[in-house]
Design a protein. Sequence first.
Length: 269
Amino acid sequence: MLQCAVVSPGKASHVAPARVSLKRSSTGTVQKRITPVRCHAQDDEVESVRVTRRSLGCLCGAGFMASMACGFADPAEAVQGLTAGRIPGVSASLDEEGFYTYVRPEGKSGGHGVGWSEIPQYSFKLPEGWKEEPVSIADLGGTEIDLRFGNTGEGQLFVVVAPILRFMDIGFNADIRIEEIGPPTNLIEGFAPELFGRPLEEDDVLDTKVAKHEGLTYYMWDVRPHRLVTATAYKNRLFILGTESNSRQWRRGQDGLRTVQESFRVPMT
């Protein structure tokens, strides 16, 4: 059997088997006859590829349907800490003061690794017109930024959830309060580079308040130029809510931003 190679421009070469037979004509010349031979192995291989592609299509289709089913699962069936992405946590209607309430949803992913307790469902009031924004590890707070909201006319809002073990020598399952971390001045100075991108300068802190709500102490700061910060600690985490606005946004939204600052709560579970 002779094999002849047929190469088409722009295609890989394909070696096709053929049977060659010789026959003498009536004139005495020898004629050569080439008969193509069907290659069953090649046909089987092509069929195998077709089946494989068909199978992959079925698998992909099944995977897509499964993911769609997961995407539309009943929110009540979600397990806290396992659902990635942004999950709506804003109340459906405004309260009597004209604010929505944000509560960290049960089922939202987050946390600081295996062995850590789930993040409590902290809450705060939210003015109308604010939208949740994507969180990036490139943010100043890095992976400890748990939430962001924004409003082009009023400013930005963020929540940081930081393990206290990161900056204090405590037990893994310690139960710490913010007073044990330090006084308000030390705490805001220590976290300013992470929150604002630079250290505090002299006279940057315009006002400091300390309040107690439902067993937890809250520190609140008014920071130059137009930043509001609230912090508290519970168990092994420090919780910080901050807002930031430019001058135009501050003139428009400062009253609502102060309501956000003062409404920040972490439940004792």
